[in-house]
Design a protein around this ligand. Structure first.
Ligand SMILES: [Mg+2]
Length: 243
């Protein structure tokens, strides 16, 4: 019934592609994420890293590339690196469950977006797909997102390049039209940059280390303290759908 009402109300199409970042947008990983990079690095090199991985919206490809450069070590081929990351992630599912948390309002907001008949709600994350799944499943968020059409850390080095990857997957597999608007939801200036560089909308959330002022300075016109106001987030997304 709901779908029929929507189709009637929005004949002509109010399609929208919503792409969520994971870390510090949907979940607080409580440091487990940095432990995954350290463990993968140790597994690949036989030594613990001397400094923690720099993350903040970087893709896994870039994070690992930079770690190897910083340690003056050659980087193994990507398939080997991705396997080490996935293994380290899988081993930390319980750590994530125990120490981490879904951020305020996230479950309700993802649920509300997932039932909008003409919207596709997926991920745009620097995490490799296996670890994205681990991080979401730790808090039972994975059923609320359309994971197969998302873009992940293996798909590109630079975050803005992930937008086209997700858009193509959504168009190909979900029959969304080619000019459907995309909105990113993320917590870092790199999320904002990815949106601005690709003509996407951005809802920036200050649930990471960046303040609302910093996210605005990075170019985000819509900045929220968090995702706790589900009705407000839904309303904002609807304005992007109507553009
Ligand atoms: Mg993030």
């Amino acid at each position: 019934m709901k779908l029929m009402v929507r189709q009637g109300a929005y004949a002509g199409g109010m399609q929208l592609i919503v792409l969520w970042d994971i870390d510090h947008t949907l979940i607080d990983n409580a440091g487990v994420s940095k432990e995954i990079y350290a463990a993968a690095f140790a597994a690949l090199t036989g030594t613990a890293p001397t400094t923690a991985a720099a993350t903040e919206g970087r893709t896994d490809r870039l994070i690992m590339q930079e770690m190897f450069h910083r340690h003056h070590l050659p980087e193994p081929d990507w398939a080997t690196v991705e396997a080490a990351l996935s293994e380290a992630g899988e081993a930390r599912l319980n750590d994530l469950r125990r120490r981490g948390t879904a951020l305020p309002g996230v479950r309700e907001t993802l649920k509300a977006v997932s039932v909008q008949g003409e919207w596709v709600s997926s991920l745009l994350t620097g995490n490799v797909a296996a670890n994205a799944r681990v991080k979401l499943s730790a808090f039972d968020l994975d059923p609320l997102l359309d994971l197969p059409v998302g873009a992940y850390g293996a798909d590109a080095v630079d975050r803005p390049d992930l937008v086209a990857v997700a858009r193509e997957r959504v168009q190909r597999d979900r029959g969304v039209r080619s000019d459907a608007p995309v909105v990113l939801v993320g917590d870092t200036p790199r999320d904002v940059e990815a949106a601005l560089a690709t003509g996407s909308g951005i809802i920036a959330v200050a649930t990471g280390i960046h303040s609302q002022a910093q996210l605005r300075a990075a170019g985000a016109s819509v900045v929220l303290p968090d995702l706790s106001d589900t009705v407000h987030v839904l309303g904002l997304l609807a304005t992007f759908a109507g553009r």
